[in-house]
Design a protein around this ligand. Structure first.
Ligand code: SF4
Ligand code: SF4
Length: 452
């Protein structure tokens, strides 16, 4: 049976909501993410990195402790909407630059968090997680190894591998322009002993031709959950969409031929339906669901709004305060928070997106919207063609799999055939819609047989 979105592929917040039965009422206070940007520096110079304002500034342990104090105070006061006594666990997310430049600091902040939870009788440590993504270049340093040995049971670590070596080395280079794949790959192999098979690949127009070999590589590595997606920032063209469909169609054929049961997020079954009018939430967490602290202790909605990403001037307008003097203590800080909290799917979207027949799963980044337009309440839609091609590919995969293996249900194509034709051409569109019809007929036959 092909893997449904398994627990390990879910957001940890989503997982805790399900565990504590608050998923239906959308109460995400059960689990909150707090980001510690512990350094502004990095060992690599990846060409697509959105952090365009790196520095050598690092967080001090004193600041890290203040942030923990702030979080635990929120819990004890129990009068806010972010962390309160309904909170069962926190994801302590460490980010850089490269977080392992400060492995010792991560360890000390975690030590302090656990000791303070214990001392104050705050029962959230057992359900809390330590999480980060690393480029793997400092994996084997004594500090990093010490951290892994001590906390691996409560850690979720992703070594960022973009895909096959040729692709990875084209983008992820060091200061001298040398590719970083070999070191990252060794780190990834070593992380497997802790069960860290996590992968997250992000594709852009220049890397579409690597999607299939990269996913095949991760399947061969034993990854059962392969998270991969398209970057939000580029403006994808119709030609990109045709190429995406061709690549994902070939990948689908290979997955079916080899009877592969891995979960591949890019071909997920539940994307590509219209918006649910009853659910108007803003799915990007960067509008009030998270908090990110910069090395100096200043707080932002997420790292995408922090100075390392968008520069000091723009970031200062969305700063919530700091861990030394308090958050939301000025009129301006409260106003920013209120504005971000009020953003919904419809408030930021055009009519075309609100009524789009395949809207579900079409994402955005509120931080990038803010960087681009000066407001997070206006959605950038450069991903449109990539999303539509992804939806058509998911329909191809699910319907073909339904017919040939029979372990998934038919998937309805919500995009009008004429529009599909414009993207993938008449012949492939004909094939796609005929697969949908055959898969539905098969399903009806099965239903008829079992009803007899
Ligand atoms: S490793 Fe990460 S932070 Fe460093 S340059 Fe690459 S994408 Fe940016
Ligand atoms: S960006 Fe395009 S695919 Fe996404 S919701 Fe808007 S119209 Fe639909």
């Amino acid at each position: 049976m092909v893997k449904e979105k398994p627990a390990s592929a879910r957001d940890y917040a989503d997982y805790l909501c399900k565990l504590f039965g608050t998923a239906e009422d959308g109460d995400f206070r059960v689990s909150r993410g707090v980001t510690f940007q512990i350094t502004g520096d990095c060992t690599l110079r990846c060409s697509y990195c959105y952090e365009n304002h790196k520095s050598c500034q690092s967080m001090t342990l004193e600041t890290g402790k203040k942030i923990i104090d702030y979080i635990l105070d929120l819990y004890e006061k129990d009068d806010g909407n972010f962390i309160c006594k309904k909170t069962k666990g926190i994801v302590l997310d460490f980010i850089g630059g490269e977080p392992l430049l400060q492995a010792e600091l991560i360890e000390k902040i975690c030590d302090y968090f656990i000791a303070e939870c214990w001392r104050k009788h705050i029962p959230i440590a057992p359900f809390s997680r330590i999480s980060f993504a690393t480029n793997g270049q400092l994996w084997f340093t004594p500090e990093a190894q010490h951290l892994f040995r001590k906390y691996h049971d409560m850690m979720s670590v992703t070594v960022s591998i973009d895909g096959v070596k040729e692709l990875h080395d084209a983008f992820r280079v060091d200061k001298n322009g040398i590719g970083s794949f070999d070191t990252a790959y060794r780190a990834f192999q070593d992380g497997k002993k802790y069960g860290w098979y996590n992968s997250k690949m992000t594709f852009v127009p220049g890397s579409i031709q690597y999607i299939m070999p990269s996913i095949k590589m991760m399947v061969a590595e034993g990854c059962e959950v392969i998270n991969c997606n398209f970057a939000y920032e580029p403006n994808y063209t119709r030609d990109d969409a045709a190429q995406i469909y061709s690549e994902l169609r070939n990948l689908s054929n290979w997955l079916i031929e080899t009877r592969c049961f891995s979960y591949i997020s890019i071909l997920e079954a539940d994307i590509g339906t219209p918006n649910d009018p009853a659910d108007d939430r803003n799915y990007c967490g960067g509008t009030g669901n998270m908090l990110a602290f910069a090395p100096d202790g200043k707080a932002y909605p997420c790292i995408r709004y922090a100075p390392i990403s968008i520069g000091e001037e723009k970031a200062s307008k969305v700063c919530f305060g700091d861990c030394h003097n308090g958050l939301y203590s000025t009129e301006q800080q409260r106003k920013v928070k209120e504005e971000l909290d009020s953003i919904t799917l419809t408030s930021q979207s055009t009519d075309e997106c609100i009524h789009c027949p395949v809207a579900r799963g079409c994402g955005w980044c509120s931080g990038y919207n803010y960087e681009l337009y000066g407001t997070a309440n206006k959605r950038y839609t450069g991903i449109c063609y990539a999303h539509k091609a992804r939806v058509l590919s998911a329909c191809y995969y699910q319907n073909k799999r339904c017919l040939e293996i029979g372990d998934v249900e038919p998937k309805k194509i919500y995009l009008p055939q004429k529009e599909a034709e414009e993207i993938i051409g008449a012949e492939l569109s004909e094939e796609l819609f005929s697969l949908e019809k055959k898969a539905e007929e098969k399903e009806e036959r099965i239903r008829g047989d079992s009803g007899r």
